[in-house]
Structures are given as structure tokens and as C-alpha cells.
Design a protein around this ligand. Structure first.
Ligand SMILES: [Zn+2]
Length: 428
């Protein structure tokens, strides 16, 4: 049985899926990186006003911000994030959402000429969607389920709460953000736009029931090595070849701590690029680990290795720069288990079996958590994100709507009856 208005979800998803909101890293100095995102966020800021939400568009950060005011006292404000940008949009191939009603688990022909099919034999999750209204692209483009399904479910939740004033809730903040796919949106978010918000959730990727609060800690490193160039015929005892030193550095990195030998909760050190001449060498690295101590140990390993080479060849030849990219969301919730428990309790109340996922990457929530608002990730339904096989069902979006309303209501309820503070399970 539907929780909210399925026609609303379907119509709004199709409407927003058709908008060109691709983010573009080549324009990384513009905020946001593309004008289509501004158009959609201004539209959203206006639409939510129909649901009693006070809203505005922050031109500096390019986030559309809304607040559905509390209808009861003594409940802390919480927030939700959904991003408007998609990974691609080519004006020659506009996104054309296709609606498959009462889907029966059959193979769907998307683009016969090019052999693009949504086939349960290939994507077994489709078998769980029988009887639902499935939406796909025409097989030539992405659909933009990531994250327009999150945007639309959030709209539906605000509308639902507006129409059900009997459901008690505190201040609910929403943020529609730009440039998530290129890792810039969350970095620019201004926590002053979420005054007093105790914690928040992103609605990004994942099947109904998925939940993420474990991500990598991440550092990028740049090592520059200076050599001494001498005519090779007269180089005896004088030349210092930066390529030789670089090779020594690379050979000393742990061979078993690389992405291709890492899974689950393993971390790694990866050489992303290496260029050299006699005169100068440059090595780019990324360092990843879930566990904070192991992460620091990996950073130290690189620093110590450069120190050792510095003793051998002279410290002035080496310039190592480490730049923290993001930190594990777990660091921000480990002492605040309620943030996780509230979501998982709400999943169960909405009839979902929670599946805590480990995310071998980072999300907007990493940046927002670091800014002082712990922000794990829920889900947006659908599957096959970022490609021609992307899909979502109206019922999956409805489930997310139910979860969002339940989180709001459950937060108000537990604020009175006592919070679920059971310690978190650590997954490594
Ligand atoms: Zn996303």
C-alpha cells in the first residue's frame, strides 16, 4: 500500500529528470559549475513554499535551503540533503524517462538498435520490483535517479507533513545541493544555513534499506623530487637523477596495500601518477583507510619514507604535501549513536530491513560531518546509477518518503520518551 501520493512522485520525477543539471568539473571555479543546476534549485525553492516551507537560494554556496517550522516544542532541528546534479547530460540526447507500469520482472527493451536491455538475468534486483511502476531512460542516456529520486522523495515528505499537521516534528531543514558528483557541493555548504541542526542525512544512491555511516578517511599527497643535472659525460659523482630517487621511493611503498589487493575494510596507498626527468620528478598519491589509526599510520609511512630518502640524498630535494580530502563519517557519529539508531529504528517502522553498507569512497556527508553536522547516508532507491541502465520505481521513492516522515516523527517521539542511544556496531 502506498504511503504518499504516487502520482505526485511520478510526475515530479519525470519533470525534474528531464532538466539538464549536469555538473562539470571543467568549470570548477564557478559556483555552481553549470546554470541548469541554478534553474532547478530556484524551482525547488519556490515549489517547497507550497508545503509551508520557508526557503531561499544561497547564491554564495549554490544551495537551495528550506525549513519546515516545528509544530511542537522541545525537539532539536534536523536536516536532509539531496543533490540536483547528474553525471552527464548531452543536449543531442535529451533524457526521455520511460514509464513501465505494473512491471512483471520481464526483460525491457530500451534501445533495440544498440542492444540495450534491462534484463533481470543481468540485474537480478529487478526481480524484486514486480507489480511496481518502473521508470527507466530510453537506453541512450542516464536517467538521473542519482539523485533526482532523492530530491523528489524529499519534496513528497515535506508535502506529506504539510498535509498531516497531526504528525509532531521539530524544525526540519532541507538542502538541495549542486556539484555533488564532482565532489565540490558538500565542501561549499555553509552550516550557518542549518542553524541549530543537530544532525542530518543525505539521500543518495542505495536500495531501500541501505544505510551508510562508514566511508574512507582520505588524503591526497604530492611529492616533488629535485635532481641535479650534469652533462652525462662528466656526471661521475655529481649527477643526482630524480628518476632514480623516484624509483626508489615507489619500490619502498607497501606492495600489498594497493586498491587491487584491497576490499571490505582494507585501506590502501595508490600512486595516481608519476612523471620524471633527471631534473625533477613528481608522484601523486592517494591514501585511504576506514580506521583512523591505520589511516594516520599510512600517512606517516609516506612521511617517514620521504624523511629517510631525505637523509640519504639531502632533505632539500624533497617537497611532500599532504592534503586531507575528507574523513570517515563514523568519526562524527561514533559518540552519537542516536544519529544512526534513529534512522535504523525508522527503517524498521517503515517495514524495511536495514542493511548497513560500507562505502569505499566519500560523499557529501563526509564534508558536512566535518563541518560539525554528523551526516550519514540513507538511500534513494533505484539501481545501476550513472549509466544507461539506471532505473527507479515510484514505490521505492514512496518508501523513502515514508522513511523521511518516520524519522521526523520518531525524532519528536524519542525526544519525549528517551533516545535510542545503544552503542554502534563497529564493522571492522
Ligand atoms: Zn549521488
Amino acid at each position: 500500500m502506498a504511503f504518499s501520493d504516487l502520482d505526485f512522485l511520478e510526475e515530479n520525477f519525470i519533470h525534474y529528470a528531464k532538466e539538464n543539471t549536469q555538473s562539470n568539473y571543467a568549470n570548477k571555479d564557478q559556483v555552481p559549475t553549470t546554470p541548469g543546476q541554478v534553474k532547478m534549485m530556484q524551482e525547488l525553492a519556490k515549489q517547497v513554499q507550497d508545503y509551508g516551507v520557508k526557503s531561499r537560494y544561497n547564491e554564495k554556496t549554490a544551495f537551495a535551503i528550506g525549513c519546515l517550522p516545528a509544530n511542537t516544542a522541545g525537539v532539536s532541528p534536523i536536516g536532509f540533503f539531496a543533490h540536483v546534479d547528474t553525471v552527464e547530460y548531452d543536449d543531442r540526447f535529451p533524457i526521455r524517462p520511460q514509464v513501465h507500469r505494473n512491471y512483471q520482472g520481464e526483460k525491457i527493451i530500451l534501445d533495440e538498435a544498440n542492444g540495450v536491455f534491462l534484463d533481470p538475468a543481468e540485474f537480478p534486483d529487478l526481480r524484486n520490483l514486480q507489480g511496481q511502476t518502473l521508470i527507466s531512460s530510453d537506453g541512450k542516456t542516464v536517467l538521473g535517479t542519482d539523485d533526482k529520486a532523492g530530491v523528489v522523495s524529499l519534496l513528497a515528505a515535506l508535502k506529506y507533513l504539510h498535509e498531516h499537521p497531526e504528525i509532531a516534528h521539530g524544525d526540519l531543514y532541507v538542502a538541495f545541493g549542486p556539484d555533488e558528483e564532482i565532489g565540490l557541493g558538500g565542501q561549499r555548504f555553509d552550516p550557518a544555513d542549518f542553524p541549530g541542526v543537530e544532525f542530518a542525512y543525505t539521500l543518495d544512491n542505495g536500495r531501500p534499506g541501505d544505510f551508510e555511516y562508514e566511508t574512507f578517511n582520505a588524503t591526497a599527497a604530492d611529492l616533488t623530487i629535485k635532481g641535479t643535472v650534469v652533462h652525462p659525460g662528466e656526471a661521475y659523482g655529481l649527477m643526482v637523477n630524480a628518476t632514480t630517487i623516484m624509483t626508489e621511493f615507489l619500490a619502498a611503498l607497501p606492495a600489498d596495500q594497493v586498491p587491487e589487493k584491497s576490499r571490505g575494510h582494507d585501506g590502501f596507498i595508490m600512486v595516481t601518477d608519476a612523471q620524471s626527468s633527471v631534473d625533477r620528478a613528481h608522484v601523486g598519491l592517494i591514501i585511504r583507510d576506514f580506521d583512523w589509526d591505520k589511516f594516520l599510520a599510512k600517512e606517516d609511512l609516506v612521511k617517514n619514507l620521504v624523511d629517510r630518502l631525505g637523509q640519504k640524498y639531502g632533505p632539500d630535494r624533497f617537497d611532500l604535501r599532504l592534503r586531507r580530502q575528507y574523513e570517515n563519517i563514523y568519526n562524527g557519529v561514533k559518540d552519537r549513536p542516536y544519529v544512526v539508531n534513529l534512522a535504523l529504528d525508522s527503517y524498521k517502522k517503515a517495514g524495511l530491513t536495514p542493511r548497513v553498507q560500507t562505502f569505499r569512497g566519500g560523499t557529501d556527508g563526509n564534508f558536512i560531518t566535518k563541518k560539525g553536522i554528523p551526516t550519514p547516508n540513507l538511500f534513494n532507491g533505484g539501481g545501476n546509477y550513472h549509466g544507461r541502465y539506471e532505473y527507479v520505481t515510484v514505490e521505492q521513492m514512496d518508501k523513502l518518503t515514508e522513511v523521511l516522515v518516520t524519522i521526523a516523527a520518531e525524532h519528536a517521539r524519542q525526544s519525549q520518551t528517551g533516545r535510542d542511544e545503544r552503542p554502534l556496531k563497529k564493522y571492522w
